[in-house]
Structure formats: C-alpha cells, structure tokens
Design a protein around this ligand. Sequence first.
Ligand code: HEM
Length: 147
Amino acid sequence: MDLFGASVAPIVAFFLLGELAVLVTLIVAIILARLHKGSIHHYLVLIAFLSDSLLFKPLMLSRASSAWGSWPWDGTRIAPHLLVSIVAAVLGVLAVVLGFRYRVKKGSKMFLPPKGKLHRTIGWLFLVLWLLTFTVGIVIFLETYFP
Ligand code: HEM
C-alpha cells in the first residue's frame, strides 16, 4: 500500500501510523502533566505506553525478523534501535510503577508529592530515549523506502 509516497507492506503502514499516534498521545500526556492534570495524564500515558510496548514494538520486531533476518541485522541500524527501545521500555515500566507508588488522589484529581520527583526524572528519561528510538526508526524507514 501507499504511505507518504512509498509502497509499503500493510503491517509497516500499521505500525508506523501507530507509532505516530503514540508520539502525539505522549506529547499531549506530558503537556497535561505540566498543566497539573495528573489524572488524564496517567490514563493517556498508560494507553500510549501499553499500546506501544504490547502491540507496535512486537510487530516491528517480528517484521525485522521476517524482512531483515536475525540479530544483529548487519548493515542496518536495527540492533541499536532495538537496544535503545529496550532501555526505554524498562524506564517506562519504572515510571509507571513510581507513578502508582507516589501518586496522591483527591477526588477526581491526582498529584505527585515532592518525594514523587523520581517519577518525573525517570519519566523524562523515558521520553528522551523513546524519542531517540522513534527518530532512529524514522531514519530506517527513510533509508529503506527513499534510498
Ligand atoms: C510511561 C509512563 C509515564 C511517563 C513517561 C510519565 C512521565 C511524567 C513526567 C515527565 C512528569 C513530569 C512533567 C513535568 O515536568 O511537570 C509526570 C508527572 C506526573 N505523573 Fe507521570 N508518567 C508516566 C506514568 C504515570 C502514571 C502511571 C501515573 C499515575 C499512576 C502518573 C502520574 C503522574 C502525576 C500525578 C504527575 C504530576 C502531575 C502534576 O504536576 O500535578 N504518571 N509524569
């Protein structure tokens, strides 16, 4: 099928558009956290993180194996892409655990007390590594379909 002017397999189009949706959802979730809308932040970030980790990333790994062979995918950037995404996923799990550990609920509102600072730090680190993974993924896409 046609995606951004390139002819790609439907599964590639699915996970690429899925990752773009995850990116937008993460950005909105972080803006909401900055605006102290902790409750909506936590729903959005959970949807983004879980759909990314349980659906789109496994589909990418399966596509890497079927289309590019096995580890370490010599001559491609897939191995560093995968390794950074694993570290990001670990930080994401930590951010989720720390969010639940430190959050304070008052009615429909959700806050982080000062000791929840670690959640913010790990959350930002996760975002930086997630964006790095995303950028390398886009570079792989461009190099493959627009050589
Ligand atoms: C991958 C998952 C998550 C990431 C990456 C993440 C990231 C962040 C970041 C970066 C901030 C600080 C934003 C700022 O600089 O002000 C933040 C704040 C916050 N997060 Fe998360 N978060 C995640 C999951 C969760 C979960 C699961 C919960 C609750 C169970 C939660 C609750 C909160 C709350 C209450 C705040 C403070 C909002 C405020 O300032 O009032 N987060 N999060």
